[in-house]
Design a protein around this ligand. Structure first.
Ligand code: F3S
Length: 295
């Protein structure tokens, strides 16, 4: 019989859950009006599909929206995007995660206070575009230590980080500059959700025979969770839905671990747990049959 354990921390984070609730509320109250999210709300195709069923469409830019409601997703956007939406007379629902909002606010504050401002993050990520925009496009984005080497440091510098960066890597970057400048102001804008989830996934993977990591193949945080679990040497499968599970994978396994990315809804997690329970029932039926045969 399979023992199924779900990681203590798995699935939707606070910011994503909040954004989805805001979208569903907007869609429920405004059936006659077009509701758009600016970019897919989250990196989970099943959720995006569900929202489409509720008539929430995905617009890749404001140019695709003529009227109605535009929802800013949890990653946030640059202030100029909000401005443009206002000029187009769109109703704006801002579902930017409050932690991301903080990173935006502090980047602006550092620039306003005259610090040479750095954003430690991935310049291709929409969250970083938003933080950069909030800094009046004055901050310098650095992806890693290498990027930092090419910058001439001023005497007063300030730092914020993309919310999903790892605390260790941020500490490394900060320790590199700490003794090279006269003044250093650091806002720790890392959201601990990512870290807590990663350590809880690792702990679980070490304790089970097989791990399922549920979440969009296009979700960076789910992919990272799968990498972390794989590194424990426990066979790990990154799946989007229960339908992807090949029952052969379970052969000879006793303990199954389940975790999920921050953009994975509970119902996708439940489907996998349910499949495991059904598998258990089948095993029970088979073993009862064997007993009867023997008798
Ligand atoms: Fe917000 Fe942290 Fe989620 S920054 S969107 S709660 S991962």
């Amino acid at each position: 019989v399979l023992e199924v354990i779900t990681a203590e921390e798995a699935g939707f984070c606070f910011g994503v859950e909040r954004a989805i609730e805001m979208v569903l509320e907007a869609a429920g109250e405004n059936e006659e009006i077009n509701v758009y999210t600016l970019g897919p709300l989250i990196h989970n195709p099943q959720v995006v599909e569900k929202l489409e069923d509720k008539n929430v469409k995905v617009a890749s830019s404001l140019a695709d929206i003529d009227s109605g409601i535009v929802i800013i997703r949890s990653h946030g956007v640059a202030p100029e995007v909000i401005e443009e939406a206002r000029e187009k007379n769109l109703k704006i629902i801002d579902a930017t995660c409050p932690f991301v909002k903080n990173a935006q606010k502090y980047a602006k504050q550092l620039v306003d206070e005259g610090y040479q401002t750095f954003i430690y993050g991935d310049g291709d990520h929409p969250e970083v575009h938003g933080i950069y925009g909030a800094s009046d496009k004055k901050a310098i984005i650095i992806r890693d230590k290498e990027d930092l080497k090419s910058v001439e440091l001023k005497s007063r510098i300030g730092f914020v980080a993309q919310t999903t960066k790892s605390p260790e890597s941020f500490r490394d970057i900060i320790s590199l500059v700490a003794t090279k400048v006269k003044e250093l102001k650091v806002f720790n804008t890392i959201c601990n959700t990512t870290d807590v989830r990663q350590s809880s996934a690792k702990k679980l993977a070490e304790d089970v025979d097989i791990m399922f990591v549920i979440g969009g193949h296009n979700s960076a945080n789910t992919t990272r969770l799968a990498e972390i679990c794989t590194a424990t040497n426990t066979p790990t499968y990154h799946i989007e839905t229960a339908a992807e599970i090949d029952k052969k994978w379970l052969s000879g396994k006793n303990k199954v671990g389940i975790t999920a990315g921050a953009s994975t809804p509970d119902w996708l997690i439940r489907e996998v747990v349910q499949l495991m329970n059904e598998e258990n029932k089948e095993v029970n039926v088979e073993s009862t049959e064997n007993v009867e045969e023997k008798e």
